[in-house]
Ligand binder design. Structure first.
Ligand SMILES: NC(=O)c1ccc[n+]([C@@H]2O[C@H](COP(=O)([O-])OP(=O)(O)OC[C@H]3O[C@@H](n4cnc5c(N)ncnc54)[C@H](OP(=O)(O)O)[C@@H]3O)[C@@H](O)[C@H]2O)c1
Length: 178
């Protein structure tokens, strides 16, 4: 474990850069499903004890019948509208930038950003993401929710690793160079 907890974005996108199509049906992710292949997800999540998720992503996953998407980990759902916390799930209405700075000062392992795009935008705007794991799904969605919005300063990244898989997913790990 490094001294400072890193914030890591682990996310899947289409080749044309969308994390969800216009109707937000995540069926495109199923095109790369393969028995016995989790694209490093379990190994990655074993390195994190805390997860950040935008409220829209949380509601989407909950509507898919998964009310606790990260059991055993502390989940902060970022929102402007409070809801009662339950178990490991906290609805955070404060400043997410302050939350990340506070989390980094606490003991623990790395922190996982599970999307969506609006949350990612704020985190990048404040240069808070240390590593990116981007899994590119071999599809063009043609529209929807862009992983990376416009209107931010550029940032240098270093490629740590890139791998392709039989179903056509290409996964790249990048590190922020500061
Ligand atoms: N392909 C993938 O791997 C992947 C991963 C994650 C999500 N997704 C998809 O992406 C879509 C959701 O993404 P999204 O960009 O629309 O939404 P999102 O980032 O998940 O959630 C947006 C909401 O989170 C809160 N929020 C985000 N940033 C905030 C900030 N800086 N300060 C305060 N509140 C903040 C607000 O909640 P309130 O409105 O409650 O104030 C905002 O409306 C869903 O369809 C989801 O399934 C795909």
């Amino acid at each position: 474990m490094s001294n400072e907890r890193r914030l890591i974005l682990y996310i899947a996108t289409s080749v044309d850069g969308y994390i969800a199509p216009p109707d937000e049906d995540l069926g495109f992710l199923a095109t790369v499903q393969q028995e016995g292949e989790d694209y490093g997800y379990q190994a990655f999540t074993a390195t994190v004890d805390t997860v950040l998720m935008g409220r829209r992503t949380y509601d989407k996953v909950a509507a898919m019948g998964v009310p606790d998407p990260h059991p055993g980990r502390t989940l902060y759902v970022i929102t402007r509208t409070g809801r009662p916390s339950h178990g490991n799930i906290h609805f955070h209405t404060g400043d997410v930038v302050e939350l990340v700075r506070w989390l980094r000062a606490q003991p623990g392992t790395d922190i996982y950003c599970d999307g969506g795009a609006r949350l990612v935008h704020t985190l990048i705007e404040h240069d808070l993401i240390d590593r990116y794991c981007i899994s590119v799904i071999p599809v063009l969605l043609g529209g929807g929710i862009r992983l990376f919005g416009e209107g931010r300063a550029g940032q240098a990244l270093r490629l740590l690793e890139s791998r392709s898989f039989p179903k056509g997913l290409v996964q790249s790990w990048y590190e922020r160079v500061r």
